[in-house]
Design a protein around this ligand. Structure first.
Ligand SMILES: *Cc1c(COP(=O)(O)O)cnc(C)c1O
Length: 400
C-alpha cells in the first residue's frame, strides 16, 4: 500500500465521512505551493476556499503568531487583552466600518449577522416580537450550523437535520425585483453573497448589488453581505461590493482574515447597528483572543502592503482571459472576478471531478464546486508566470 493510501485509510477508519476529498495527502506548504507525502509538488488552486489569499505560511503572519504565542495566549473576553483593540481598529480601518465584533469561523460570523439584524428589527425598526424575517437567496452557502443549513436550498446540506429555525424567506439570486416583492413590514434584512462561490462561482449582473442597496435603503431593510469567501482582495478589490460601491450595513468576514494559519472571523457594521449587542447578549470564548488578533493584524497588513487587491485584479484578468480562449467543445463558460474563477463544463463533458483528478496528476489542485464547475482560486501572491503556466496545464487537461 502506498504512503498516500495508508494516510487515507486512517482518515476513513477513524473519521466521520462528511467529506469526499481528492486522493492527495499534503504534508508541506509554502507560498502558492503544497507538497504531498510522496514529495510531489502542486499549485494550490483552492487556497482552502480562499482562506489562504496571502499564500501558505506567509513569513510575516507566521512570525506574528509565533511572537504572540511567546507572550500571551488566551484570555477570554472576561478580561481585556492588549492586542484585540489594535486588531479591531485595523479591521475597521481596512473595511471602512466603525465597529467590529470578532468571532472564529465564517458560520459564526453569519450567525452574528443574523442576530444583529433581528435585534435591530425589534429594537430599532419596531418589528413585533418574533416576527422578524430575513430574506436570503436560493443556492446560497453561508455555513453549516443548523440555523444556516435550514435556509439552504441544497438537499445535501440540510436533509434530515430539521426542524429548522423559522423566519427566513428564499428568493432567486440576481433578481432585484424578487427582493422588492418579498419585503414586508417585518423584513429585517436581506442577506446575500456578492458572488455565490459554492453554488459554482455565480456572478450576478452588473448593477445588481447597487440595486439591492437602493431597495434596502428605500424599505428600511438591512443589507447584510457575506464576504467570507469573496472578501480580502479575492475578487480584485478589498471587498467584492466595492466593484459597484454597494456598501452593506453589516458585512460578514472570515477565511483570509486568519491568513491561512488560524480561524479568525467577525462582522463589521456601523455603531448604530452594532450597539444592539449588550453585555451578555452574544459572545465567543475564542473570539478576539490574542493569537487571533495578532494573526488578524498581520493578515490585513500583508493584504495592504503587498497590494493584493491590485495584484488579484491584474493577474486574475490575464488568467481568466487565457482560460476563456478554450474551445467550446467541453467548456460552457468561464466566469468570475479577480482570482475567483469558475470553469463550467458542458454537460456532455461529464462531471467536473474526473478533470480535477487529472489536474492533480498534472500538479494542480482544484476542486469541483457543484457537479459541473471547477473553481480556480490560487493564492493572491501567485506570480503571473506561475499562473500562465497553470493556465497552460488547465487547457491541456480540459481541451480534448
Ligand atoms: C466558507 C463560507 C462560510 C462559512 O465559513 P466557515 O469558516 O466554514 O464556517 C460562510 N459563507 C461563505 C460565503 C463561505 O464561503
Amino acid at each position: 500500500m502506498s504512503l498516500t493510501d495508508e494516510f487515507i485509510r486512517t482518515d476513513e477508519t477513524f473519521g466521520a465521512h462528511n467529506y469526499h476529498p481528492l486522493s492527495v495527502v499534503l504534508s508541506r506548504a509554502e507560498g502558492p505551493w503544497v507538497w504531498d507525502v510522496e514529495g510531489k509538488r502542486y499549485l494550490d488552486c483552492l487556497s482552502a476556499y480562499s482562506a489562504v489569499n496571502q499564500g501558505h505560511r506567509h513569513p510575516r503572519i507566521v512570525q506574528a503568531l509565533k511572537d504572540q504565542l511567546d507572550r500571551l495566549d488566551l484570555t477570554s473576553r472576561a478580561f481585556h487583552n492588549d492586542v484585540m483593540g489594535a486588531f479591531l481598529r485595523k479591521l475597521c480601518d481596512y473595511t471602512g466600518f466603525s465597529s467590529a465584533l470578532p468571532m472564529n469561523t465564517g458560520a459564526e460570523a453569519v450567525e452574528t449577522g443574523i442576530k444583529a439584524a433581528r435585534r435591530w428589527a425589534y429594537r430599532k425598526k419596531g418589528v413585533k416580537k418574533d416576527q422578524a424575517e430575513i430574506i436570503v437567496c436560493s443556492n446560497n452557502f453561508h455555513g453549516r450550523t443548523t440555523t444556516i443549513v435550514g435556509f439552504s436550498t441544497d438537499p445535501d446540506a440540510n436533509e434530515d437535520y430539521g426542524p429548522f429555525t423559522p423566519g427566513f424567506k428564499i428568493i432567486p439570486f440576481n433578481d432585484a425585483a424578487a427582493l422588492e416583492g418579498a419585503i414586508t413590514e417585518n423584513t429585517a434584512a436581506f442577506m446575500v453573497e456578492p458572488i455565490q462561490g459554492e453554488a459554482g462561482v455565480i456572478v450576478p449582473d452588473k448593477g445588481y448589488l447597487k440595486e439591492v442597496r437602493r431597495i434596502c435603503t428605500k424599505n428600511d431593510v438591512l443589507f447584510v453581505l457575506d464576504e467570507v469567501q469573496t472578501g480580502f482582495c479575492r475578487t480584485g478589490k478589498r471587498f467584492c461590493w466595492m466593484h459597484e460601491d454597494a456598501r452593506p450595513d453589516i458585512m460578514q468576514v472570515g477565511k483570509a482574515l486568519g491568513g491561512g494559519v488560524y480561524p479568525v472571523s467577525g462582522i463589521v457594521a456601523d455603531r448604530s447597528i452594532m450597539d444592539v449587542f449588550t453585555p451578555g447578549s452574544h459572545g465567543s470564548t475564542f473570539g478576539g483572543n490574542p493569537l487571533a488578533s495578532a494573526v488578524g493584524i498581520a493578515a490585513l497588513s500583508v493584504l495592504e502592503d503587498e497590494r493584493l487587491d491590485e495584484k488579484a485584479a491584474e493577474n486574475g484578468k490575464h488568467f481568466m482571459e487565457t482560460l476563456s480562449h478554450m474551445p467550446q467543445q467541453r467548456i460552457k463558460e468561464v466566469r468570475g472576478k479577480g482570482l475567483l474563477v469558475g470553469v463550467e463544463l458542458q454537460v456532455s463533458a461529464g462531471k467536473a471531478r474526473p478533470y480535477c483528478l487529472k489536474l492533480k496528476e498534472e500538479g494542480i489542485l482544484a476542486k469541483d464546486t457543484h457537479a459541473q464547475t471547477i473553481r480556480f482560486a490560487p493564492p493572491l501572491i501567485t506570480e503571473m508566470t506561475v499562473l500562465r503556466q497553470a493556465a497552460g496545464t488547465i487547457m491541456k487537461v480540459l481541451v480534448p
